[in-house]
Each structure stands twice: as structure tokens, then as C-alpha cells.
Design a binder for this molecule. Structure first.
Ligand code: ACO
Length: 325
């Protein structure tokens, strides 16, 4: 049976110019390289200056993905930007990226699911492409979390960084089998009862301010390792695939310990895990497309490979998608 599949035809990413190592952080934050590396695996992160807004980083990543695909903005009819740190309350960051790319048609909108935003955005784009509602989608994850960090709170400010990543998805005919290239299955979940464990203490409709990120790290850790299995099992079941079939596991890059504990629990060999948290820190919705771009450009992920992306974020929100590259 012929079906429409959402096939990845290009990836791109962008980082702020300024790289800040753990040692550099110790000049202003009461912490140490040893503590941060031991608990999280993070060695450095990139922090945006005032000119490097979320839409600026997102536009650079999107343009790089278009270039990699050999396409222009005129070829795109859907643009979704996953972000929790938009340039403005409105208009959406996606429409700012749309304008900056010179894309005059199609539809662009933001999607907010915090660190799970990119998995949500890929899943949403796949619904448009696989139903014939759009032909080519730019899916962007872009964040400037440094703007919402409390730099007096060492338990959170050492964990995050800024950046953006993007992929281009194109609707192509498939056979309806797991040998098809494209998104093979995706599964999303959310549970709003966990708000207090990870949230921002402000917003336009409450305090009228942007607010700062607040997190109970231990509880997030416990939930992150415990919860990923349901959506991953779902994504495997729908596609008729088992963990051993995976070529690459590209999880949200929050913390090396969460990633390794999750991979072990799922029976995924450590050498199949793409890890970039050491160099980028946690860039929320940008972390997966950043990691995908690194692994595509260094030649690890190739056409035909089976890739699992997975994330959990504030809400809680979580999800997983299986993609044949
Ligand atoms: N530098 C030095 N010491 C620190 C720092 C720091 N940056 N932060 C906390 N400490 C101290 C604490 O004060 C505490 O000291 P005490 O024992 O004297 O009171 C000690 O280190 C242990 O603190 P804990 O909070 O218990 O540390 P824990 O082992 O839980 O590690 C961490 C904290 C790394 C945040 C961990 O809980 C974790 O990885 N949680 C997952 C959260 C996460 O990664 N979230 C990312 C965002 S959510 C997402 O993306 C899904």
C-alpha cells in the first residue's frame, strides 16, 4: 500500500559565538567543573548575546538545513518552531523565522512543549505531510534558556545553554513498511499534574514578567528515567521494531546520567547513543536537532539508518519518534 512518509532531507544547526566552560562559570557561580561533570556530563555551553535571539539562531539553523537539502525557503509550505523562549510573547518566533528566510507562502507557528518540543513538532509536521496537507516542512528547535535562568541559583544555571537546530521533512511515497524512509511512528504524552517540579515562575498571563526557571532536580531525574519507556515502547510497537534494530538513539540532551540510565533500561548499546550534552549543555527543544546535525555531519547517521528520538520536558511532556533516515 502506498503511503506518504515524512523523509528527512536536510539538517542544520546554529550556536551562539560565546562558549562558556565550567571553569569560566566558577568565576561567578559557586560551583566546580568536577561537580558539574560528575552529575551531568556537561563541560561547556554556548550563551547568546543580546543580538543572538531565539529567532536569529533559529533562522541560521533553518537556513543551514535548507542549504543541506539543496532547497530554498520558496520550497517550504510549513514551518514549526519548538521553543519556550520566544523573542516576544507574540508574534510567534516561527513567523519571524519565516520572514527572515524570505518565505512568503505557507504557514508558520510555534509549538510549546519545553524540552519535548522538538519531538512534538516532528510528530505534528508528520501529520501535515502524511495527510497531504503540506509538501515540505522546516522543523526548528530554538532556545535562549540563558534569558530565563536565575544566575543566583547554582542548582539550575549550570545546566542549560542556548542554540538551535532544524530539519527539513519532505513528503514522499513509501510502501507502508518499516523499510520506508521517513517517520515510521511517533508517540506523545503529557501529564500536567507535575507542574511544580519544573516550571517558570512568571509569564504574561500571571505575573506580567518573563520569570525564572525553577526545578526540583531529583524528582525530574526520577521521572525522566522512569517515564521514557511508555512512549518508546509505543513507538516500537506501532512500527513493529525492537530496540536491537536501532542504529542510533538521539535523546534529549539534559544530562549524561539520565541518557545512559535510559539507554541501559531500554537495552540500547552505549555506542548507539548520540551524546552532545558535554559540549552544548541542555538546550531544551534545540538539543535533539543540534545532536542530529552533529551526527549527520560527522557521518554517523546515514540514509537508511533507523533513528529513535526521545525527550521529556516540563509539564511533564514527553514523546518518542522512530525515523528511518
Ligand atoms: N555546584 C556545586 N554544588 C552544587 C551545585 C552546583 N552547581 N548544585 C547543587 N549543589 C550541591 C547542593 O547544594 C547539594 O549540597 P548539600 O548536599 O550540601 O546540600 C549537593 O550539591 C547535592 O545536590 P542535589 O540537588 O541533591 O544534587 P543531585 O545529585 O540531585 O544532582 C542534578 C542535581 C544534576 C540537577 C540532578 O538532580 C539531575 O540531573 N536532575 C535532572 C534534572 C535535569 O537534568 N533537568 C534538566 C531540565 S529538565 C529536562 O530537560 C527534562
Amino acid at each position: 500500500m502506498t503511503v506518504l512518509r515524512s523523509v528527512v532531507v536536510g539538517t542544520g544547526s546554529a550556536l551562539p559565538a560565546r562558549c562558556v566552560t565550567n571553569d569560566e562559570l566558577t568565576r561567578t557561580v559557586d560551583t566546580s567543573d568536577e561537580w558539574i561533570v560528575q552529575r551531568t556530563g556537561i563541560r561547556q555551553r554556548y550563551l547568546a548575546d543580546a543580538s543572538e535571539t531565539t529567532s536569529v539562531l533559529g533562522t541560521r539553523a533553518a537556513q543551514a538545513a535548507l542549504d543541506a537539502a539543496g532547497l530554498t525557503a520558496a520550497d517550504i509550505d510549513l514551518l514549526i518552531c519548538a521553543t519556550s523562549t520566544p523573542d516576544h510573547t507574540f508574534p510567534s518566533t516561527a513567523t519571524q523565522i519565516q520572514a527572515a528566510l524570505g518565505m512568503q507562502g505557507g504557514v508558520a507557528f510555534d509549538l510549546q512543549a519545553v524540552c519535548a518540543g522538538f519531538v512534538y513538532a516532528v510528530t505534528t509536521a508528520d501529520k501535515f505531510l502524511s495527510t497531504g496537507s503540506a509538501k515540505r516542512a522546516l522543523v526548528v528547535g530554538a532556545e535562549t534558556f540563558s534569558r530565563i535562568l536565575d544566575w543566583e541559583d547554582r542548582t539550575t544555571c549550570v545546566l542549560f545553554g542556548d542554540g538551535a537546530g532544524a530539519i527539513v521533512l519532505e513528503a514522499r511515497d513509501g510502501e507502508g513498511t518499516t523499510a520506508d524512509r521517513g517517520v515510521l511512528s511517533a508517540s506523545l504524552r503529557s501529564d500536567g499534574r507535575h507542574r511544580e517540579k519544573l516550571y517558570v515562575d512568571g509569564g504574561p498571563g500571571s505575573t506580567g514578567t518573563t520569570g525564572h526557571l525553577r526545578m526540583t532536580g531529583k524528582e525530574v531525574f526520577r521521572f525522566a528515567v522512569g517515564s521514557v519507556t511508555d512512549v518508546i515502547a509505543d513507538a516500537f510497537r506501532v512500527a513493529g521494531i525492537v530496540a536491537n534494530d536501532l542504529d542510533w538513539f538521539v535523546p534529549h540532551q539534559a544530562n549524561r546520567r539520565i541518557i545512559e540510565a535510559s539507554a541501559d533500561k531500554l537495552g540500547i548499546a552505549r555506542e548507539k547513543v548520540v551524546l552532545t550534552v558535554d559540549r552544548h549543555g541542555n538546550t531544551s527543544a534545540a538539543s535533539i536537532p543540534l545532536a542530529l546535525d552533529v551526527a549527520c555531519r560527522d557521518g554517523r547517521i546515514r540514509a537508511g539508518d533507523l533513528v529513535m528520538i526521545e525527550a521529556i520536558g516540563g509539564g511533564f511532556t514527553w514523546g518518542a519518534a522512530l525515523i528511518r533516515w
